[in-house]
Design a protein around this ligand. Structure first.
Ligand code: DGP
Length: 122
């Protein structure tokens, strides 16, 4: 799947759309989800044009991947989530119900995140 420059996260990265930014560095931008599913719900995105987790894992440089992982941990820590705990999640493709075709990780926290996943068929 080719990268679509018009996706909402690309527009946020270009500054065409606003976001509630919580963190930024050379490789990463993090901002609050527009439709939060938990009291804290932050999206972490690479600045590079990667469609999905698969694309990022296959094509990003080691520096981008390491930077992304370090930043995600730091953001959760800085949000005060390390001790009470939190959940990180990345949706990929149709079955993962990925909506925005720019790789992103969700950070959920601020309360019990509940069971890991809904049992199949429920
Ligand atoms: P996913 O299913 O993993 O692709 O989730 C995409 C998330 O992106 C979803 O939780 C809602 C969020 N989202 C969509 N559009 C915007 C936007 O314009 N701004 C922000 N902050 N979040 C958005």
């Amino acid at each position: 799947m080719a990268y679509d420059d018009g996706n909402v996260f690309a527009r946020i990265l270009r500054g065409d759309l606003p976001c509630d930014k919580v963190y930024e560095d050379d490789h990463v931008l993090a901002f609050r989800d527009i439709n939060p599913q938990r009291p804290t719900h932050v999206l972490v995105i690479p600045k590079g044009a990667y469609v999905s987790f698969d694309d990022f894992a296959e094509s990003a440089s080691d520096e981008e991947i390491a930077g992304f992982m370090r930043a995600t941990g730091r953001i959760a820590r800085d949000l005060g989530l390390k001790d009470p705990g939190y959940r990180i999640l990345a949706n990929h493709g149709r079955d993962g119900r990925q909506e925005v075709p720019h790789f992103h990780v969700h950070i959920f926290g601020g309360g019990d995140c509940g069971p890991m996943i809904k049992p199949a068929g429920k």
